[in-house]
Design a protein around this ligand. Sequence first.
Ligand SMILES: Nc1ncnc2c1ncn2[C@@H]1O[C@H](COP(=O)(O)OP(=O)(O)OP(=O)(O)O)[C@@H](O)[C@H]1O
Ligand SMILES: [Mg+2]
Length: 251
Amino acid sequence: MTFTIAVHSAKGGTGKTSIAVNLAAAYALDGMKVCLLDMDMRGPSLCTYFKPDPDSVSFWVNDLLSGKRGINEIIYDVSGELKIRGKLSVGYSNPDINEIRELASKDRKWQSNALKNIIIGKKELIRNETDVIIFDTGPGVEYESINAVAASDIVLIMKNSTRSCFECTEQLYNGVYKCLNKRCVIVNNMHHCSLDGKIAEQENSEIPVLATIPCMCNIATRHDEILALSDQEHEFSRAIYAIKQKLECFH
Ligand SMILES: Nc1ncnc2c1ncn2[C@@H]1O[C@H](COP(=O)(O)OP(=O)(O)OP(=O)(O)O)[C@@H](O)[C@H]1O
Ligand SMILES: [Mg+2]
C-alpha cells in the first residue's frame, strides 16, 4: 500500500527539505519505489538539491496543480545517478520568480482545484505501485503546503528548539492538523545540547515525538550531498534510518 508523508513545519528553516530528501533516499536505498514532490512552491529547493539539466525539465509540479499535466509527465527518475536498489522520482517546483509570483495570486477556487489535481496524481502513483510519496512543503499555512498536508497519510512536523517554533507548532496542530484529522508526529531538529552534552529538555505537547536530531555543523557544510546515501554511518543518516523504521508502524 502506498504511504504518503508530508514534511511540514510552522516556521522556516527547520530542516524539512533535508529530512524529505534523505528520507526519500533511505526508502529508495531499501529497494522501494519513491516519489518526492516539491510542494514548497514559494521557495522551491529540490532543483538546488538534484541539479537537473535545465533542458531536461519540461514540466513542473506547478503544471500538475494547474491541471495542465498529469503526474507521470512532471516526475523525473533520478535513480541512475544514485546507488540505490529501488527507484526515486522527483517532481520539481518551478524556481522562476515569475512563476512564484503568479502562484501567489491564485485564488481559493484555483487552490481547491489544485488539491483535486494532487489527489488525482496520487491515485495514479498508487496505480503505478509507488510505495512511498513524500511532499516537501513550505512553512506555515500557505495553500500549497496545507493541500499537501491534506493529501498525506501522516505529517512529519519539523520543529527546532525555539519557544516561538513550539508555540506556532501548537497553533498549527490545533488550528489545522486536528481539523483535517491528520496523524502527526514531531521531529525535533537542530536540537541544542546543554553544556553537559545532554539534549535540552523538551516542551510538553500532545503530539508524539518521533525523533530528536541534534544540531550538527557538518550537515549545513555538506548540503550538496544526500548523506543517507553518501555517508551511511553519519549521525544524521542514522537518525534518518531510525525515523524510517519508526514510521513503519504507521504504514
Ligand atoms: N540537524 C541539523 N544540524 C545542523 N544543520 C542542519 C540540520 N538539519 C538541517 N540543517 C541545515 O539547516 C538548513 C535549513 O535546512 P532545510 O533547507 O532542510 O530547512 P527547510 O525547513 O526546508 O527550510 P525552508 O523552510 O526554507 O524550506 C540547511 O542549511 C541544512 O543543511
Ligand atoms: Mg525547504
